[in-house]
Design a protein around this ligand. Structure first.
Ligand SMILES: NC(=O)c1ccc[n+]([C@@H]2O[C@H](COP(=O)([O-])OP(=O)(O)OC[C@H]3O[C@@H](n4cnc5c(N)ncnc54)[C@H](OP(=O)(O)O)[C@@H]3O)[C@@H](O)[C@H]2O)c1
Length: 286
């Protein structure tokens, strides 16, 4: 096996949403550093195509693919079972997968789709992998949020946006929720050797919002994204948090452009962090 540099040799890294955009660029960079990469993808064919591209470009054959629909809690539980069948270690978990939709949709579990995919899926997946991460310490959890967290609010009385729905409101809530989760998680993980940080990748030209959208919406998004930065640049902060010795032991922070930044004021409210955690735990039965 030949790799560009071997700084992640011996590390097992899971990246969700690894077949496209920021996740694919993150998985490729980690493979180039010699990591064993576990790609989590919703669609096996799209996942295989990306895996083949990553192994060719990185010359690293230790790139595995696990299929999961992160909008389904049963699928997330199956994913963890499948992972644990062939690995007892996990050093880096990157909760990257995310989606936006213009209209309100529900998952098979009856939850609002963006809340479920962008926030509850990382919440559940992280919980199910915590023992493996602790046993592999030092280990890192990296949660991909968004600048949209700054515009978000947590509607504890309407988390599923049943009373009021708008795409920005639901996306903002999901991306703020993952920041609150990261801070609470980091506190709960103190002393375990497992860190948890979150990040804004910036404005990046990817496929987000396109899958399942109408042709006019797809064309509009393509135009908007043409002003965005490349997925490779957008992945830099994820890669930094996953691999840099500079952030060894750093936890409970929000990063943009690989620099710690302040997130929305409300995200530091520890009482809200706890309330959201408790409601989320009930929603995913952990
Ligand atoms: N692009 C930006 O400007 C920007 C800005 C801020 C934050 N972000 C965040 O960055 C992350 C990566 O997004 P991206 O921009 O790289 O978009 P992308 O190209 O659309 O990639 C999103 C990935 O998530 C996967 N995914 C979506 N729903 C899923 C599900 N139910 N189960 C499993 N996988 C699912 C997608 O799989 P499919 O290919 O099968 O759909 C895809 O692999 C997201 O969390 C997004 O919110 C992006």
């Amino acid at each position: 096996m030949q790799t560009v540099n071997s700084s992640m040799q011996g590390k097992i890294c899971m990246v969700t949403g690894a077949n496209s955009g920021i996740g694919k660029a993150t998985a490729l960079a980690l493979a180039q550093m010699g990591a064993t990469v576990v790609m989590v993808c919703r669609d096996r064919a799209r996942g295989e195509e990306a895996r083949s591209e990553i192994t060719t470009k990185s010359k690293n054959t230790a790139v595995d693919l696990l299929q999961a629909d992160l909008s389904s809690q049963q699928s997330i539980r199956q994913l963890v079972e499948n992972f644990q069948q062939h690995s007892i270690h996990l050093h880096v978990l990157i909760n990257n997968a995310g989606a936006t939709f213009s209209g309100r949709r529900e998952t098979v579990d009856g939850l609002e789709m963006m809340f479920a995919v962008n926030y509850l899926a990382p919440f559940l997946l992280t919980h199910l992998l915590l023992d493996v991460l602790k046993a592999s310490a030092p280990a890192r959890i990296v949660n991909v949020s968004s600048g949209a967290q700054a515009l978000g609010s947590i509607h504890l009385d309407d988390l599923q946006a049943e009373k009021h729905y708008s795409s920005m409101r639901a996306y903002g809530q999901s991306k703020l929720a993952i920041v609150l989760f990261t801070y609470e998680l980091a506190r709960r993980l103190q002393g375990t050797g497992v860190t948890a940080n979150c990040l804004d990748p910036g404005f990046v030209a990817t496929n987000i919002g396109q899958r399942g959208a109408s042709l006019p919406v797809r064309l509009l998004l393509k135009l908007i994204w043409s002003f965005g930065t490349s997925p490779e640049k957008g992945a830099q902060t994820s890669i930094y948090l996953a691999s840099s010795p500079e952030v060894e032991g750093v936890t409970g922070q929000y990063f943009a452009k690989s620099i710690p930044r302040r997130s929305a004021s409300i995200s530091y409210d520890e009482s809200l962090q706890r309330h959201l955690w408790e409601q989320s735990a009930k929603l995913v039965n952990v």
